[in-house]
Design a protein around this ligand. Structure first.
Ligand code: DAH
Length: 340
């Protein structure tokens, strides 16, 4: 027995547990109920009386040594693990809550509004759910005219007179009916078309409509206003060109291109190697529209224009998929933080 005690003492003082499992094995081997030390206590009963004192002391010493060793190692391992858990640097700056960024469509809309505000334009808004009168008829779309098919409309099933507006030109009608010239206004808003969603088209998008009605407003005024806007928004070297087009509510009508802001007009895949990109439709307000809205077309003339905010934003920031605007992916949106 004496030899066993001696041997265990040696083993115990030499033991150094590297991890919790090894220390637990140590505890099981020496200290658990069926461990070596309790079994020595079992053998102690058979020790001759004259040796009992000495053996008893040695056994107790062994037990204490083993228990101490176990306690020490457990403590050490606990300390180490606390150090890694609490690997905090309290001197670091506070982790501020992340701030959101403005949506690129809001940035572009605000910038368009701001440029026209400098020219004295007010902002006007109208309802997204419109009637046929404001969306089509007053704008000189005759009933059954194929021009109505230019815009795939979402109608309300039970009442085909009610539809989601297909363009913000409907706001023109509301403004002209309610205000007297001179009128200078722009109308930003959401519009809806029954189109298949793709990289280039969406069934919900945004437009800004512009309207100027006064005495002696000419096509030259329209051209100069659009040139000013284009240079303010896309840069001072921007050129514009107007191509004849057709809209029921303007006569004459045109589509406006700007010199490609990506390649500067040299030709790239954004402008399809033409050097020009289309950004809006415009024209002189058709006298029929003025009359439909209670404005005397013998006294007043005016111009109007309409552009898609997504299209303008895609050109400005070189975004190649319209769907990105509606996905609200934080990694996409964060890129525009500095553009606020
Ligand atoms: N409403 C037209 C569209 O959605 C855009 C437009 C073209 C508006 C010419 C106008 C305009 O005011 O004069 O395609």
């Amino acid at each position: 027995m004496k030899e066993k005690i001696q041997q265990f003492l040696k083993e115990i003082s030499a033991f150094s547990g590297e991890n919790k499992e090894e220390v637990e094995q140590f505890r099981i081997k020496y200290l658990s109920k069926k461990g070596l030390i309790p079994s020595l206590f079992g053998e102690f009963r058979a020790v001759a009386p004259e040796l009992r004192k000495e053996m008893g002391q040695a056994l107790n010493e062994l037990k204490i040594k083993a228990q101490d060793k176990f306690n020490q190692l457990t403590e050490k391992l606990d300390d180490n693990s606390q150090e890694t858990d609490n690997d905090l640097d309290l001197s670091l700056p506070v982790d501020f809550h992340e701030l959101g960024a403005r949506h690129p469509l809001s940035i572009v809309r605000n910038s368009i509004i701001e440029i026209f505000a400098r020219l004295g334009y007010t902002i006007s808004e109208g309802p997204e759910i419109e009637d046929d009168m404001h969306n089509f008829t007053a704008l000189n779309f005759p009933l059954d005219h194929p021009a109505r098919d230019m815009q795939d409309t979402f109608f309300i099933e039970k009442n085909p007179d009610i539809a989601l507006r297909t363009h913000t030109s409907s706001v023109q009608v509301r403004v002209m009916k309610n205000q007297k010239p001179p009128i200078r206004t722009i109308s930003p808003g959401r519009v809806f078309r029954n189109e298949a969603i793709s990289a280039r088209a969406h069934c919900i998008f945004h437009q800004v409509e512009g309207l100027y009605i006064n005495k002696n407003v000419s096509f030259a005024d329209l051209k100069q206003t659009l040139l000013y806007f284009s240079r303010e928004f896309f840069g001072e070297n921007t050129q514009i060109r107007l191509r004849p087009s057709y809209f029921p509510f303007t006569e004459p009508s045109a589509e406006m291109d700007i010199s490609c802001n990506i390649c500067g007009g040299k030709g790239c895949n954004i402008c399809k190697y033409t050097g020009w990109v289309e950004i809006l439709g415009c024209g002189m307000v058709d006298p029929n529209v003025l009359e439909n809205c209670g404005i005397d077309s013998e006294i007043y003339t005016g111009f109007a224009f309409g552009m898609g905010i997504e299209r303008i934003a895609m050109l400005k920031y070189q975004i190649n998929d319209i769907r990105l605007f509606f996905e609200n992916n934080k990694r996409f949106l964060k890129q525009f933080e500095s553009a606020n």
